[in-house]
Design a protein around this ligand. Structure first.
Ligand SMILES: Nc1nc2c(ncn2[C@@H]2O[C@H](COP(=O)(O)OP(=O)(O)O)[C@@H](O)[C@H]2O)c(=O)[nH]1
Ligand SMILES: [Mg+2]
Length: 216
């Protein structure tokens, strides 16, 4: 199965949920503030994203106010075209001759860091950029293997150490490799952590400082 087929399959549950929920909210209802609020909640709950949801909802609300939209079918049509517009024009990464562009991921466990890295890597690759993924989640079981799969799927290079090793050293090596191989983008995966755990945040700081040193 190709990368996008897999991604599409993985997201089909989200898509199905979204369509079903939107249908059930809009069916047989009149377009009032209560319905629009329900729609807004559904979009956010279905991973459409806060920014995109705000954009979509403000377009819908404006057209409702102007009287351009008066039934649920036209809300659905507008929803569809707004989403296509937002998703259809991704802004390419502007490197301006500076490489590597470095992304360090931070977040609690299970928030979607590694999956997002896979999506970003694939997007950058489709823009013709070369990508190194740094397997900085050396803590969780299969953390490294998970990133390895995303590297393969997206056609990115992978820098990894052994499980339990120092994540800052992985970041350092990835950036050094990117510089010597003239790679455009480095994305560093990290083990999930709470921002209130001082020692774990210090560990990230060390990674970031190592990044800076490797630039010297
Ligand atoms: N519905 C949905 N699930 C996601 C999304 N991103 C990640 N996931 C799922 O959430 C779980 C944890 O994701 P992962 O990337 O491993 O999180 P990490 O611990 O932050 O690296 C996995 O089962 C993913 O398939 C997303 O955007 N939408
Ligand atoms: Mg992860």
């Amino acid at each position: 199965m190709g990368f996008f087929t897999k991604l599409k399959e993985g997201l089909s549950k989200t898509r199905k949920n979204l369509i079903e929920r939107v249908d059930s909210i809009l069916s047989g209802k009149k377009i009032d503030e209560e319905t629009l609020e329900e729609l807004e909640e559904t979009l956010i709950a279905s991973d459409v994203g806060t920014k995109a949801t705000m954009e979509i909802m403000s377009t819908i609300r404006e057209k409702v106010r102007n009287g351009e939209i008066y039934n649920t079918e036209s809300v659905k049509d507008l929803l569809k075209t707004s989403m296509v517009t937002i998703l259809g024009h991704p802004t390419p990464l502007a490197l301006n001759g500076k490489r590597p562009f470095i992304i360090l991921t931070v977040g609690v466990n299970g928030v979607g860091k590694t999956t997002t890295i896979g999506k970003l890597a694939s997007k950058f690759r489709s823009q013709g950029l070369s990508v190194i993924l740094a397997a900085g989640d050396t803590f969780r079981a299969a953390g490294i293997e998970q990133l390895e799969i995303w590297a393969e799927r997206s056609g990115s290079q992978l820098i990894k150490h052994q499980k339990g090793s120092d994540p800052a050293a992985v970041a350092f090596d990835a950036i050094a490799a990117a510089k010597s191989r003239n790679v455009d983008v480095v994305i560093i995966d990290t083990a999930g952590r709470l921002h209130t755990k001082i020692n774990l945040m210090e560990e990230l700081k060390k990674g970031a400082e190592d990044d800076r040193k490797s630039y010297a």
